[in-house]
Design a protein around this ligand. Sequence first.
Ligand code: G6P
Length: 605
Amino acid sequence: MCGIIGITGRKFVTDRLIDGLKRLEYRGYDSSGIAVLTDGSLQRERAEGKIKNLEAKLNAANIDGQSGIAHTRWATHGVPNETNAHPHFSGRVGVVHNGIIENFLELRKELSKTREFRTETDTEVVAHLVDAALEQGDNPKDAFRKSLKQLTGAYAFGVIIDGVEDQIFCARAGSPLAIGIGEGEMYIGSDAMALTQLTNNLIYLEEGDWAILTPDSYEIFDRQDKPVTREATIISGGPAMAEKGNYRHFMLKEIYEQPETVGRTLANYIDEFRLTANIPPELDFSEFDRIVIIACGTACYAAMVAKYWFEQLGGVAVDVDIASEFRYRKPVISKNSLFIAVSQSGETADTLAALRYAKEHGTKTAALVNVMTSTMAREADIALPINAGPEIGVASTKAFTSQLTALASLALSAAVTRRALSRDAEIRLARALIETPRLIKESLLLDGQIERLAFELSSSKQAFYLGRGSQVPIAYEGALKLKEISYIHAEGYAAGELKHGPIALIEDGTPVIVLAPYDNLFEKTISNLQEVASRGAKIILITDETGAKSAGDLASYVITMPDSDSFVAPIIMTLAVQLLAYHTAVHLGTDVDQPRNLAKSVTVE
Ligand code: G6P
């Protein structure tokens, strides 16, 4: 989280820095800022809130130069106001930073003896460190290099220095950073997305690397300050930034893209002619006695669904954990385990740390990601794409259904490899997967009905989502979607668990959204539905055609999704909870694509 971009060249940079920042806005939108070197001296403009506020100020201020750095912030240390907005200045030095300097209090205490601090951020210490070293007579390279040695924590930096007109200093440890190579220009960016309009020739810095860029050259050094060569990557994808088209929000567009995105995922993982899973040969499920799947947020709910699939189809034990807990628990993982990191961005700090932990312990690792240029894709033994295309809405939608689709295919492959599935069953499940794009398309036809329902939901203060079996993670995901974009307090529960406490919260009219496709757990879920209905809950039942016929009039509202094989029902049911959350948020007038306090890519712990 937080996005940084920098350019050093011979043409003016402000407009291009702003364009790059807009591509990075998904990483945070609490404030933004830009600093440029104009005739060798530092100038900056910063604004609280979204990048459009910065643009408005720049229109009036008209600052520009041939080297510059820019930043969009997701606040960690210090409230999201203009003072705390990056770039931070000290004397001759301007800094943008993504990450957290963990020893900043200690450094600040020491530096405060001689220097005045103006912000509440951890980043400001870096500007002071470099400036203090310059004051003591170090040249810019040594000042930057020595300052890095004093820092602990995670960082990606871009630094410019007054009087050093055509150089950008940058470093990476824990937070991602790429160098872009142009013609007579060099760039830095938090990710490929920031730089695609400038160049397709990128170098991803490795942990501990730092570098100096001039318009015509770059020098990279490793943690020990030894000059190193890092391979350049030509990225495909061109300069196009995802557009909303005729949709009101990116989230709605991404919901509507799902027949195609799931289709693309399937094209990669299912052989439609042989009706079998098509998995990279280096992923041989007969080698493993356990699978460990680690993720954060929505990706973790996809992992939880996968546990049902792997265990039920293939009889293979699966542990699922949230990355921030896994990495600090000293988890026991054997060499016979397969570790799978699931991450849309491939950059989430905790998931990446968990992946590295697994690698250090000799476990085979796979990364199931949407961004194939990401750190996880590069560091895992096997990179598995979901091919959902850029996801811009902060609330994940199409990435989730593609993660589910890929994981379902992997589970199918595991079951076949481990001889746990007959050929007939394999064909049935492969066909069920192939049917999902069509069923998703049919589900989207319910949009109007769900929108009307959402109007009712939007006046509620709280909501519950219930499910059983592989619908439990969909209940979690439904509740997460609702709270993150509509700010209504929502909880997802295993339907059988509600009576052990949370049922006390049910009052007359409390909305309870029950996910119950007609499967072997349907009757049990309906019993739980009755328990809450008899306590006054307003029931919204999300089921399928067969389930709707069986449920009679137990629910206040029924959303009837198309019938599907229970294997893929979690994917189909997801459409209903996505649309319900989306329309509720729209009724409430929230910022659907950039909800408060959130960021799409969480690169701090
Ligand atoms: C953030 C996003 C979520 C996402 C989670 C994990 O919290 O807002 O939508 O599910 O990070 O992100 P990842 O990129 O690892 O899937």
